[in-house]
Every structure is written in structure tokens, then in C-alpha cells.
Design a binder for this molecule. Sequence first.
Ligand code: HEC
Length: 455
Amino acid sequence: MVAKQFNISWMLIMVFFYTFLLLLACTDDAKQPTYAKDIAPIIYKYCTPCHRPTQPGHYNFTNYQQVASNAEKILYVVRNNQMPPWPADADYTHFVNEQVLSRDEKKLLETWVSLKCPMGDSSKIPPLPTFGNGSMLGEPDKRIAVKPIALEGNFRDRFLLIKVPYELANDTLIRAVEFVPGNTRVVHHVNGDMVRFDFDKKQNVFDGEWVSDMKLDSTIQMAYKKIGVLHDDESYPTLIKSIVNYLPGVIAQQYPDGIGGWKANKKNAFLLADLHYGPSEINTWDSSYINIFFAKNIPYRPLKEFQMGTLGVSKIEPALIIPPDKITSYTSKYTIDKDISILTVNPHMHLLGKSFKAYALTPQQDTIRLIHIPRWDFNWQFFYTFKKMLKIPAGSTIVVEGVFDNTSNNPFNPHHPPREVRDNNGSMRTTDEMFQFIVTYLPYETGDENRSLAR
Ligand code: HEC
């Protein structure tokens, strides 16, 4: 009797066990990634914004065929953290609009490729997202045309300096400025400033030729004069730096209402301090424009900024004279005397950059991490906005560490054989170097550390 009871319980256990195994097998099956269910959403989110017709990435990833036939390449660039372009180390600090695949997403991709890219139920492929052409921020309050540029099909890069003058109805507070490329195949990147003329010294903001080729006008002074950025007495106006920036796939800087904003005079100009056109094989042209967005009628906390390193508030140690055939390190340190809230950071080096790190040391010797770029990539220089404002207490020292590779192993080294390179008074030529860290901040207010910067 006892034995029989045991048998029945045993049988029940076995039945449960096999049901469990079966269930496990089914869920395991469902875990096998397919394009329709798992991979398309990953590709659409991280890759398709730049890899579709009219965008600069040469491959198009908009359907199964394109993705499956390049699966090995895709896996390679994802494993190496080469794509999507996001040079900042996501294990160090996080930022708004971070473009980094999670470990699970990477794993899905790996398994999918190892299974030879199963399609799954093709009727379940999500529809391709609609990608805005033109503004990524919405309807602008004012659209200002950049002077159209003709580009020769000579396979050469071009670096232009362009004045973009405008006139508004009134002096206005602006919350965001967006550069919209006309010809996305050739516009590589833009860094632009706002010009603040002293109107006693400037009759006409529209004067000058507006466009300078940085290769042809040998000095900044000559270039500024030609495009009409100098005052009438040839003195320099004030520049509010880095207000309008563009990199493919990157959404223009914008903060929540009440944070940031810049006063714009009724008559004013932007200065595209560095508009880089990539090489083109055909004669073509570009007609880009700038969108501006007015701030809501509420109090704003105007942005402040300091710049460390080249041309900045803190010197580089040792001086940035980079010997050939060596890998060398430099630091720059700056102690702040008031509590501040950091919003955005922008590391900047040229072609010899190898890695970049910045952090703050508090008076108690605690480290507050700012940013780490383990593998510098000249092509992808972002403005990184923290997810929440980052409080740095008074008395902290911000430390920036840069490593430069001036050997012939650096594939971007512009000199063959390598030769001594330095920061020539902030020359923007890519064959000179720079080591800069730009910090956008606000004077600290209670509660800042809990304020989200995602808009
Ligand atoms: C911000 C725009 C952008 C995003 C997002 C992006 N790419 Fe790219 N990708 C580019 C550009 C531009 C190039 C051309 C090469 C270069 O300049 O680095 C490129 C090149 C490539 C290449 C060729 C690399 C080589 O060495 O030839 C592959 C493969 C690639 N991307 C795959 C991907 C995948 C996969 C994703 C998503 C996980 C992705 N990309 C996301 C812009 C982007």
C-alpha cells in the first residue's frame, strides 16, 4: 500500500516534470530571436536613422534583405562599439539620448546571426518609423537660410566659415537653435556660434561676402573681415560659442523650459565657425538652413560656460607639444570657487587624440565622474548632456586627462612620417592639435541634482 502510494506520487512528479520540460522547450523556442520580432526594432532604433537613403551612412538598413546580407558586418561594428557612434564609455557615465545597445540587445543580435538570421513571421515586422527630414525639434519660430554653396566633384574635403545674418521683429530669448543640412550626403559636421555685435560699431549685419574657405583665407582676421563678422572699426564682436552644432543623426541641444536660452538681438548673425563638407565625386550643391525656437515667456536661467585647455581658463601640463613616434599624456586642472550644476560637456581633440577622461575631485577627495572616451574618434564629437544636472561643490578641481598618439600606428595621423605637432594658438586646422573641455553649467540652486535634463 505504501509502495503503491509512492508510485502514484512518483508518477505525478514525473508528469509535472515533463510538462515543465516541455514548457521550457517552448519558451526556449520563443526565445530564438527572429528578424520580425527582435532584430528589426533594434536596427530601426539604433541604425536606420543614419543608414537609409539620403543619410550619410553608406549602407541602407531598412529591410530584412539589407540587414541579413550584412549581418556579419553589423555584428562586427556592434561588438566593437564602433556603431552606433557613441564614443563615451556608458560604464562610466550616462547621458541624454545615449546611443548604446544594452547587453541583452547585443546578445540577441549575436544569437540571431549565429542562427543564420531567421526571418520569423514576416507579417509581424514592425513598420519602418517615419524619420523626419528637416527639423527634428518641431515647427521653428524662424527659419534662416544659409547661403547656398556649390561643391565641386573633386573628392576633396572643404572647410568653410559662413556668416548667417538675420533680422527678427524684436529682441528675443531663444531656447534652441538647429542646423538642418540641405544636402545630407555632403554635410559632414558644423560648429557654430552666435555673434553679438556692438551696434554702436556695426552699421549693417548683412555686409560682407558671408563665405570664407578656410584653406584660402590664411588668418581668422582676414576671414572675419571678408565675411563681415568684424565691427566697422575692425574690432571683434562677442561670440557665444557652440550654440549651433550638427552631426548626422544627432538631435540639436535643447533643455527643458526654464533652463538655458540665449538673448538674441533683433538684428544679429550666426557664425558657422566650421562647416565641413565631405568629399563628393559629382558636382553638387548644398542649401542648408538654421531653425530657431523662441523660449516660452517664463523666467529662464541663462547658460554659462567655461573652457579648459587650449585657449581656456586652465593651462595644459605639460604644454601641448606632441613629440613624434610617441604616445604622450597631458592634463588640465581647474578649481571652481562656487557650487555649480553641470548640464553638458564637450571633449575636443583633433586627429592625434587617443583617449579622454574628465572628472571632478571634491575638497573631500571624492571623485565625481564626468566623461570617459576610451577610443577617441575625431569624426564623432558630441555634446554630452547629463540625464540630471550634476552638482559640483565649491572647491572641487576638475581634472581633464588626454592621451595623444603621434605614432604611425595611428591611422588618422595626418603626417607621414609623424612629426611634432602643437596647438598653434587654437588653430582649427586638423593638422594642428587641440585639447579642450567645454563645460556648460548653471550656478547651483537647491534641488538641481534632481532636475531631469531630458526634454
Ligand atoms: C549617427 C549616425 C549613425 C548611426 C546611428 C549608425 N551609423 Fe553606421 N555609419 C555611419 C556613418 C556616417 C558611416 C560611414 C563611416 C564613418 O564615417 O564612420 C557608418 C558606417 C557603418 C558601417 C561601415 C563600417 C566600415 O568600417 O566600413 C557599418 C557596417 C555600419 N555603419 C553599421 C551600423 C549599425 C549596425 C548601426 C546600428 C547598430 C549603425 N551603423 C548606426 C553613421 C551611423
